[in-house]
Design a protein around this ligand. Structure first.
Ligand SMILES: O=C(O)C[C@@H](O)[C@H](O)C(=O)CO
Length: 272
């Protein structure tokens, strides 16, 4: 099994709270990106105290209340399935604060983390504030919901985006990378991919590779899997009959998404 591919687990951490994924400094090679997927049964409460990390709480499916100190946001979340293809609500919580998520309905949340020392205000990122982009042509079409893009100063490090790729299409394509701390040409950003497919028995292929091929892995990714991208190009191909959703978390020393396309495949962009 690839070191970059993580299968979902179901670990009940407290009553009504199930940990589905956990990516941290302790269990991966990533230094800037942390990630949890948690299922909550209606009425369950998840409490976490952040230590030198900021967090973006994404109401992936179902409805939740989020409280940090005196601030409460009620009935967040907009969808029962990510494949409704509508943006959802998220909450940004800064380092060294404690937050609570309460499930109004059965819910799945994604917690995106990155190291942070500079406190910023807790902020609701409403679904309707996500900027929406239709990118690509031919079989390279995808729909993007920007939850925390680099143009938004809500966070210190975190970048969070949702991407929908329809049947037979490719995304993160032509292949690009962002693994050199060499601005303004390229930024260094680690990345995680949380994948879902519709219908759920589907699969996608994701390749993660470097120019010198010292890293070159092509993974069969199934519903609920996570792929870690510590470096390298990371295209995703979706087979006929299936639709793909993924949530990306990116973070690095500078909060700028400045990528570099694989020169061999950049011609894809120049087709008339
Ligand atoms: O295909 C897209 O446009 C999405 C990707 O850019 C994805 O968010 C990513 O690879 C970020 O580096």
């Amino acid at each position: 099994m690839s070191k970059l591919l993580r299968k979902p687990k179901r670990e009940e951490v407290s009553e009504g709270i199930t940990l589905v994924h956990e990516v941290s400094k302790q269990n991966s090679d990533l230094k800037y990106v942390g990630f949890r997927v948690i299922d909550l049964v209606k009425g369950a409460k998840y409490v976490e105290s952040l230590v030198k990390e900021e967090c973006c709480i994404v109401a992936l499916t179902g409805r939740i209340n989020v409280t940090e100190g005196e601030t409460s946001f009620k009935d967040l979340g907009t969808r029962d399935s990510v494949f409704e293809r509508k943006p959802t609500d998220s909450v940004y919580v800064s380092n060294d604060l404690t937050f609570e998520v309460e499930a109004v309905t059965d819910a799945r949340i994604v917690l995106c983390y990155s190291p942070s020392e500079n406190q910023l205000p807790t902020k609701l990122i409403k679904a309707e504030e996500n900027s929406i982009e239709n990118r690509g042509e031919y079989s390279n079409k995808r729909l993007v919901h920007n939850i925390l893009p680099d143009s938004d100063s809500t966070a210190n490090s975190l970048l969070v985006v949702e991407v929908f790729t329809e049947t037979g299409n490719w995304s993160s394509y032509p292949p690009h990378k962002h693994d050199q701390d060499n601005l303004p040409e390229e930024s260094f950003l680690e990345e995680s991919y949380y994948h879902q497919m519709d219908p759920p028995q589907g699969f996608v292929f994701q390749r993660v590779y470097t120019d010198d091929r010292s890293l070159d892995e092509t993974m069969n990714v199934e519903n609920g899997d996570v792929v870690l991208v510590p470096k390298g190009y990371h295209p995703v191909g979706v087979p006929d009959g299936y639709s793909s959703y993924y949530l990306n978390v990116m973070a690095g020393p500078e909060r700028i998404w400045k990528f570099h396309n694989d020169k061999d495949h950049e011609w894809i962009l120049d087709r008339k």
